[in-house]
Each structure stands twice: as structure tokens, then as C-alpha cells.
Design a protein around this ligand. Structure first.
Ligand SMILES: C[S@@+](CC[C@H](N)C(=O)[O-])C[C@H]1O[C@@H](n2cnc3c(N)ncnc32)[C@H](O)[C@@H]1O
Length: 237
């Protein structure tokens, strides 16, 4: 694993561990981020255009998509069980609000099964860190966006070595302890959170990568209290 890629065996093991987080996914995220995760999700929603076709890559159990109001929403994930849980949850929320059902698609960021220039915005929350080829995934996001479309990522990156060490400490102690209590076991799937964080790059690494893959107006913001970064880029007209 490095800042750009995850090897096949590691990625497959990571996927098995992500699937095992489903029953406690939202609870652990809330506790781990001191409730800030909902605010970060809202910040991503606020960066989406007012209407149009939106793609969420790595939708997981639907924690973000559930609160996306309106739009023609498409959610993609490589884990069938994530898609099953997300579809039930998201479409029941959408039907309660009178929104049209979202579409759920099995696939990977690196090979998006969509036509060129077919989305007004692409977003990905707490999933980019898990992509096995980050450059390929960013290029695919650019390909499927319409000109002028926006790409938004949120994930916990590091500002520098000290910040990375503090992030590691927070995951290795506080988050691990909580997960260990929930699973009543030393070996729990949240260990992969720390593993992927250690090899993940800095905020600036991905600003550079998003630019290099062809996006314009690329910017990044470290959000309070410093545990996550939001990156944004635009496909030129
Ligand atoms: C931690 S969950 C994120 C769930 C949700 N987006 C949220 O807001 O909490 C990460 C998701 O990314 C997915 N994922 C991992 N690798 C991926 C890839 N290469 N392409 C697309 N999704 C991927 C996983 O299957 C998992 O469901």
C-alpha cells in the first residue's frame, strides 16, 4: 500500500473488513469523529449543484446518500451487501420525501460503468482512501463528468508528519478501543482504518494528483477539528 495504490490482496482483505463494519458503521463514525461526520457530509452536499445527475462513488451503507434531497442520484459500490443495505435505506427515505428512487450500481471507481460526460457532479466520502488506484479513479471521475461539473472528495488526510502522527494515535487508541468494546474482540475490522490511514498521503499530495489528472480550480480545505480534508475540482468547459 502507498499513497497511490493498494495491492490486490490487501484491497480484497480491506473489502472483507469494510463489509464487516456494516452493522456498526454509523455508530463508530459518530463516536470516532465526536459527531462531526454529519457536518462534513453536509459540507459536501452544499458543494453540489442545485439540480442534475449526481454520482456517489463508494456509497457504503448509504450514510451520505440517505440525506441527499432530490437529484437523479446514482450510488456505486464494489460490495454487493453495501448496495443492498444502502438501497433499502436510501430509497425508503427518498420515497418518504416524494423523491424518485436512486439507482444502485455495482462497480469500482477505477472502471466506472458510465458514459463520458454523463454526471453534473461526482462525490466520494470516506472511500477515496480505499481506492486501489487513486489516479485511475480520479481520471474516471473526470471522464464521466459533464464540462463544468464538480468533483468532491472527503477523507482524513494528513497536513504533515506531526498531524499524521496525531491522527494515527487517535485511530490506534480511541477508535480502536471503542471498536474493540463493540466487537468484544482484539481483532476487529476497524483496524483497517489505521492501516489505510498510515499509507494515505497528505492533503497536498492529492491536490497535486487531482490537478495532474486534469481537473481545474482544485482546492482543499482541512475541516474542523482537523480530522478530515475536503478536496474539490472542476472539469473545464
Ligand atoms: C467507509 S465506506 C464509505 C461509506 C459512505 N460513502 C459514507 O459517507 O460513509 C467506504 C466504501 O468505499 C468502497 N470502496 C472501496 N474501494 C473502492 C473502489 N475502488 N471503488 C469504489 N468504491 C470503493 C467500499 O466498498 C465501502 O463501501
Amino acid at each position: 500500500m502507498d499513497t497511490e495504490t493498494i495491492g490486490k490482496e490487501d484491497w480484497e482483505e480491506l473489502q472483507r473488513n469494510l463489509e464487516a463494519t456494516i452493522p456498526v458503521y454509523d455508530r463508530v463514525n459518530r463516536v470516532a469523529t465526536f459527531g462531526q461526520v454529519s457536518r462534513w457530509r453536509r459540507m459536501v452536499r452544499n458543494r453540489l449543484p442545485e439540480e442534475g445527475r449526481i454520482l456517489e462513488i463508494g456509497c457504503g451503507p448509504g450514510s451520505f446518500a440517505e440525506d441527499v434531497l432530490g437529484y437523479d442520484l446514482v450510488c456505486l459500490d464494489p460490495i454487493p451487501e453495501m448496495l443492498r443495505v444502502a438501497e433499502e435505506r436510501v430509497n425508503s427515505a427518498r420515497s418518504g420525501r416524494g423523491d424518485s428512487p436512486a439507482t444502485f450500481v455495482h462497480g469500482k471507481a477505477e472502471e466506472l460503468p458510465f458514459e463520458d460526460s454523463s454526471f453534473d457532479a461526482v462525490c466520494t466520502l470516506f472511500s477515496f482512501r480505499d481506492w486501489y488506484d487513486k489516479r485511475a479513479g480520479i481520471s474516471e471521475a473526470l471522464r464521466v463528468l459533464k464540462p463544468g461539473g464538480v468533483f468532491v472528495i472527503v477523507d482524513p488526510a494528513k497536513i504533515n508528519r506531526l498531524h499524521g502522527f496525531l491522527g494515527w494515535l487517535w485511530m490506534r487508541t480511541y477508535v480502536s478501543l471503542y471498536a474493540r468494546m463493540l466487537y468484544r474482540s482484539e481483532t476487529h475490522p476497524w483496524k483497517w482504518l489505521t492501516k489505510t490511514y498510515v499509507s494515505f498521503g497528505t492533503t497536498k499530495d492529492y491536490v497535486r494528483m487531482i490537478r495532474e489528472q486534469g481537473f481545474s480550480e482544485v482546492e482543499a480545505k482541512v475541516v474542523f477539528p482537523g480530522m478530515a480534508t475536503i478536496w474539490q475540482g472542476r472539469k473545464s468547459n
